[in-house]
Write a protein of this length. Sequence first.
Length: 308
Amino acid sequence: MSGWIIMIIVLLTIAALLLLVIAQHLASSADQASQRRFFELLENNSGDDSDPHWMHGVVRRMGQSKLVHWLPKLEHTETVQLLKQAGWYTASGRSLFYLSTWLVPFTLTIVSMLILYFQTEGLNNEAWAKIFIAGTIGYLLPKHILRRRAKERRNKLSREMPTAIHLLRMLFDAGLSIEHAIRVLQQEGKLLTPELAKELTKVLRQLDAGLEPAEALAEMATPLGVNELDDLVAILKQVSRHGGNIRETLVKFAQLIEERQLSALREYVNVLSGKMSVVMMVFLFPALLIFLAGPGFMALAKGLSGAL
């Protein structure tokens, strides 16, 4: 009987959530549509990546609605920094992440509860333990995906830095100022340095608002946590304040970054070769031993059997 009560509670909870979403959707009126259109235009002008896919439009509208404001936020410093590093610190990206932190554990808990209920025809202590494990995995999964995405994007930014430095050197040789060089790098670097171009879009917004180039670059580079980008921003800040010949500095800095990346690549190859040695020892060495020593062992066994 308790199982049917649990099933009824689950179905009522799902129905309540569906009714809540439908009520929120029906609550939008004509005057709210104009306000939503205004926010969409403002979001497009502010550099938020627009995607014609319908799911991104739904997430963006949910982020602007009152439904998301009812949910408890997870605005920790680490989460905000990871969202910025992953490139998801937009209205749609934040809304999607915060909704996933609540929907993923809830969905996994409900699904595991239904599966275990129909498999065991009831929920015992072991089943409740498995349900708790499923909910815990659902709670940790969005943060784990966010960390992996942030790490991958930091690595991409680090690999793009030598190309960006050489482009900046050519732009400075052509006589452009720091602000004009940033604008050209953002416009022309979308194919060569796509991740850096996305970050420079935010820098251009701050420059248009009246912020100094050095301060805008420092504010962009601080939460990303890329050492090469921090060093480049420090060089540009020093040149913008005190002047000097930046060409030789950028050339030496680009060579230093390339040497660092080459050393990291060699270290990665050494680690990979060690892992491959373990794989060869586990899988290839037994087969090689059987192929080489097998006939000898067979002849020895035949000779011993004949002697006996």
